[in-house]
Design a protein around this ligand. Sequence first.
Ligand code: NI
Length: 181
Amino acid sequence: MILKVARLGHPIIRMQAKPIPAEHVVRPEFQALIDAMVETMHEYSGVGLAGPQVHLPLQIAVLEVADNPRYPDAQPVPLTVLINPVVTILDRATVEDWEGCLSIPDLRGLVPRFKELRVQAIGRDGEALDFVARDFHARVIQHETDHLKGEVYVDRMTDLRSLSHLAEWQRYVVAPGIRKP
Ligand code: NI
């Protein structure tokens, strides 16, 4: 099932998401919700989708990077479900790169993100996850966990002048011979 995606301006995008009781994760209705979030992420070629983006104020995010037309240069990340994620920054060095968001359609902006994180969460079968994420993987996790705190990538931009309409960004930034500023 494809879920409706809330856009910036809908109050849920600014809400703090609530933790999910661990025992709910294996319930069929919760598993169906995870499937719907994954299907919705795939439908809109997202690399991640967080609960508030589908009108659910719950601490869940799904992410996957695999030959994504919206992020053609990104390193692959396997399909991951993060429930109640806790992020610890391991490397406070920041890297700037372009981000977009299904809740802020047709825009891209340069966002500084921490380079390396430890991520602890519950996975889709209720299992404990504990892993280190680096670079673009760490970026996607920071973007998605921000959504669980009611924050979006434009809040993290240090210079709003890089904010670009997608069509112009593809023409002037992605086009061969013209790289990042
Ligand atoms: Ni987003």
